[in-house]
Each structure stands twice: as structure tokens, then as C-alpha cells.
Design a protein around this ligand. Structure first.
Ligand code: NDP
Length: 447
């Protein structure tokens, strides 16, 4: 069978078997389209049904999460864990708490995680989980009771050598702490079953910063290949959560100016630069909306339209909020305003049409799978320290993170070149990650 025919057949099967899950379909479609050159070179993968197996999760767990709110009312949410692929190591991937979460979202994220984790060069498989619970506006007590109930089911499916969840949207240090406390109470184990833990109970220095810093290390490599640096560049960053804040911190350290940041309500803009301490205080500590930053900085302009951030003139755009946040229209605006590079901090933040605009206009484009892998890579470094019962310094972990991101850039650009799509890092990332997973699956037989 021709490789194109095979891809169409697999895509039809995925759509039929997973109805009503457009984000999962989008993620699979993007990967399959880019794997054609690899499949043509490796017919043995087709014979062994590697692609058919890759798109089907090994295990999908759905469970009820009942909890009691501050008014004494019983609330019920739904919990998910999708253990997608364990060919190269225990399942690893974050948990998302957001009202939009459903099985399709978790599957799309879990699928992306397989190839991302492979790119890190570390022994970790792909998984993802979460719930339609919304931590926003909840008291600490409510968040704790929800997390305890969530873990009361999840604990039987995870383990330090089985499946190691971490944070994602809506799951930060507070949630990981509550989840870990309950895991420990239920199992009596004190081990590396979760990553993103606090520094006083097994967390790793640099984990908080890792996804954002890693994104910028990847961006630096991409710019270096074109003999450019970050110094003096203007940068627009969507989101103001974990990834966005530490991407902003690193680009500022490297001499760039962050002129705008957003949340799901709107964005702040100041051509002289955004003060990151204020954003951290507002979003990380006070858990308020980004528009509150204006009260400390009257020069900031606030716009109640998070999409509008892409109409700002900038050299570099870092989408760090959520999936499909950057569409074709926004991409055309960025290009018209002279953007030179896009690096994705969020998972699948650019629509397929937006990616085409970047590629057609020769804009440097760093795909999430490669550019945001620093978080999961540092999670593995946290697991290593837990196993070894030791703590590395911030600089030690940061140096390892930088090496890993440089290696991901090199593998990605090399694969693109070897498979006839030089400069196309999206294809290069998919091919490089896929080859590792496919070879491991081949070696382990039909399982
Ligand atoms: P957080 O919950 O810390 O932050 C998410 C941020 O995005 C918040 O500022 C949120 O605003 C904002 N946001 C959400 N939806 C929109 C929208 N439609 N428009 C503008 N802003 C929006 O999550 P993370 O920073 O951890 O995750 C962000 C992205 O990075 C996700 O795609 C995640 O999957 C990905 N990622 C995260 C990793 C990690 O280590 N944390 C690792 C790899 C990828 P508000 O405050 O209003 O909700």
C-alpha cells in the first residue's frame, strides 16, 4: 500500500474510533502527514502495524471525582488518565484541571507527549491526565478536597516506575502538593510518583522555570542557525502562567524586551517592556486577572481581547497559553508586522493554517513538541534525584536542561535535513521522535 493511502486509512480509523474528538484528530493528522518520508524509508514499520498501534492509547482511565464545597454541597467532576505509549519508559505527562477538559483533549495531549518525550532522549513514555474541575475562584480547602478525591482513584494506576504525572494548565505547586500528600497517605510510599513537587519534599530546582527557559534555549539555537540573537528583539508572549512567565524571564535575561502578555480575558501592552515582578505577584501569588497589573503601572494599556495580542508589532512571538490560540488571521498579522520567529510554549497553539502561513513566508517556526520539551525533561531530572536521594543545584539542572534543548534542536534539524525537508522543524521533530518510539516498539514485539 502507498504510504499516502495508508495514512488516509489510519486517519479514517482514528476519526471513526474517536468520534467528537477534533483536537485529537488534528494532532494525529499533523503527525501522520509529516511521517510519510520516514514510512517510505522503513516499510518494516508498516508491516509491524506500528502506526496503527501508535494512534491507539494503551489504556484510558475515566473516573468520578466527588468532593464537598465550602457550602457543604456535593460536587462531581470527571477525572481522566490516558496512558498512551510505554515503549521507551514509564508513562509521563502532566495533568490539566480546566472546565474544557474532556477525553479528546487528554488524548491529543497524551499523543503529543509520546514524541516529545522521545525527543528528550530520556527513558519516558507518553501519557496525560486531568479533570474538568476549575480551580479558578475555589478556596484552598476546596482545591485540597478535590485533589484528595482525585488521587483516591488515580493512585492505583500510577507509580514511580509505572506512570509519573506532573502539572499543566490549572495544576501548579499547590495542586501537586495536595495530590502528593494524598498519594503518600494512601500508599505509605515516599517516592518520585509526581514531578513538580515543592523543594522541601523532593522537588527539583529549575523545574518551575524549565518549560519557559527550555523554550528560550531552543529559540536561541534556532536564531543562532540564522546568525541572530535575542538581544534587542521585541517579544510578545501569550498567557501569564507557568510557561509564559519563565519564558519572559529568560528572554529578558538575554536582552530582549517583552512588550505584551495575556490571560484568558485580555492582554497588557507597553512598548517599554512589561515588569515581570508585577506579573508574578498578580498571577502566581494573588491569583488575580492580568488587567490588575495596570494599577501598579499606569503606562500599561489593557485590551479585553486575548486574541488581539497577535496584532502587536514584534520580532518574536511565543504562544504560551493554550491550543489553537493562534489562527491564520493572527499569523497573517504577525507576518505583516515583520515577525521573524515563532516558538511554541503551549501545546499545539498554532492552527494548521497558521503554521502554513509561517512556513510559506519562511518564518522560523519551533513546534511545541520540540520547543516545550524542557519541562518534561526536567521532570525526569527530578525523578533521577528522587531515586538517587540527592539534590542538584539550580545551575547543575539548568546546564543539563540547556544541553537537552540544544540536542533536541540538533536532532530535529538533522532529521528534517535527512528526510528531505530541510528547515522544517515541525516535520523534523515528528520524524526524529517517531523513529525512536518505532524502533523500541519493533524490538518489543506486538504488545
Ligand atoms: P497555567 O495554568 O500556569 O497558565 C495558563 C495561562 O494561559 C494562564 O495565564 C491562562 O489565563 C492563559 N490562557 C488560557 N487560555 C487562554 C486563552 N484562550 N487566551 C489567552 N490566555 C489563555 O498553564 P501552563 O503555563 O502550565 O501551560 C500553558 C501551556 O503550556 C499549555 O498548553 C500546556 O499544555 C503547555 N505546557 C506546559 C508545561 C508545564 O511544564 N507547565 C509543559 C509543556 C507544555 P487565565 O489565568 O485567565 O486562566
Amino acid at each position: 500500500m502507498e504510504s499516502q493511502e495508508l495514512m488516509t486509512e489510519i486517519m479514517e480509523q482514528v476519526t471513526k474510533r474517536n468520534p467528537g474528538e477534533p483536537l485529537f484528530h488534528q494532532a494525529v493528522q499533523e503527525v501522520l502527514e509529516s511521517l510519510e518520508p520516514a514510512i517510505e524509508k522503513h516499510p518494516e514499520f508498516v508491516e509491524a502495524g506500528i502506526l496503527n498501534r501508535l494512534v491507539e492509547p494503551e489504556r484510558q482511565i475515566i473516573f468520578r471525582v466527588p468532593w464537598v464545597d465550602d457550602q457543604g454541597q456535593v460536587q462531581v467532576n470527571r477525572g481522566f488518565r490516558v496512558q498512551f505509549n510505554s515503549a521507551i519508559g514509564p508513562y509521563k505527562g502532566g495533568m490539566r484541571f480546566h472546565p474544557s477538559v474532556n477525553l479528546g483533549i487528554i488524548k491529543f495531549l497524551g499523543f503529543e507527549q509520546i514524541l516529545k518525550n522521545a525527543l528528550t532522549g530520556l527513558p519516558i513514555g507518553g501519557g496525560k491526565g486531568g479533570s474538568d474541575f476549575d480551580p479558578k475562584g475555589k478556596s484552598n480547602g476546596e482545591v485540597m478536597r478535590f485533589c484528595q478525591s482525585f488521587m483516591t482513584e488515580l493512585y492505583r494506576h500510577i507509580g514511580a516506575d509505572v506512570d509519573v504525572p506532573a502539572g499543566d494548565i490549572g495544576v501548579g505547586a499547590r495542586e501537586i502538593g495536595y495530590l502528593y500528600g494524598q498519594y503518600k497517605r494512601l500508599t505509605g510510599l515516599y517516592n518520585g510518583v509526581l514531578t513538580g513537587k515543592g523543594l522541601t519534599y523532593g522537588g527539583s530546582l529549575t523545574r518551575t522555570e524549565a518549560t519557559g527557559y527550555g523554550l528560550v534555549y531552543f529559540l536561541e539555537e534556532m536564531l543562532k542557525a540564522k546568525r541572530q540573537t535575542l538581544a534587542g528583539k521585541t517579544v510578545v508572549i501569550s498567557g501569564s502562567g507557568n510557561v509564559a512567565i519563565y519564558a519572559a524571564e529568560k528572554v529578558q535575561q538575554l536582552g530582549a524586551t517583552v512588550v505584551a502578555m495575556s490571560d484568558s480575558n485580555g492582554y497588557i501592552y507597553d512598548p517599554r517592556g512589561i515588569d515581570l515582578d508585577t506579573v508574578k505577584q498578580t498571577k502566581e501569588i494573588e491569583r488575580k486577572r492580568i488587567r490588575s497589573c495596570v494599577s501598579c503601572h499606569p503606562s500599561y494599556q489593557y485590551f479585553e481581547d486575548s486574541q488581539g495580542i497577535w496584532s502587536i508589532k514584534c520580532d518574536i512571538a511565543l504562544p504560551c497559553a493554550t491550543q489553537n490560540e493562534l489562527d491564520e488571521e493572527s499569523a497573517l498579522k504577525l507576518v505583516a508586522n515583520g515577525v521573524i520567529a515563532i516558538a511554541e510554549g503551549a501545546n499545539m497553539p498554532s492552527t494548521p493554517e497558521a503554521i502554513k502561513v509561517f512556513q510559506d513566508n519562511n518564518i522560523l517556526y519551533a513546534p511545541a513538541k520540540a520547543s516545550n520539551a524542557g519541562g518534561v525533561a526536567t521532570s525526569l531530572l527530578e525523578m533521577s534525584q528522587n531515586s538517587m536521594r540527592c539534590n542538584w543545584t539550580f545551575d547543575e539542572v539548568d546546564a543539563k536542561l540547556k544541553d537537552i534543548m540544544t540536542s533536541i534542536y540538533q536532532q530535529t534539524s538533522r532529521a528534517a535535513w535527512e528526510y528531505g525537508c530541510e528547515g522544517n522543524l515541525a516535520k523534523g521533530a515528528n520524524i526524529a521522535g517517531f523513529l525512536k518510539v518505532a524502533n523500541a516498539m519493533m524490538a518489543q514485539g506486538v504488545v
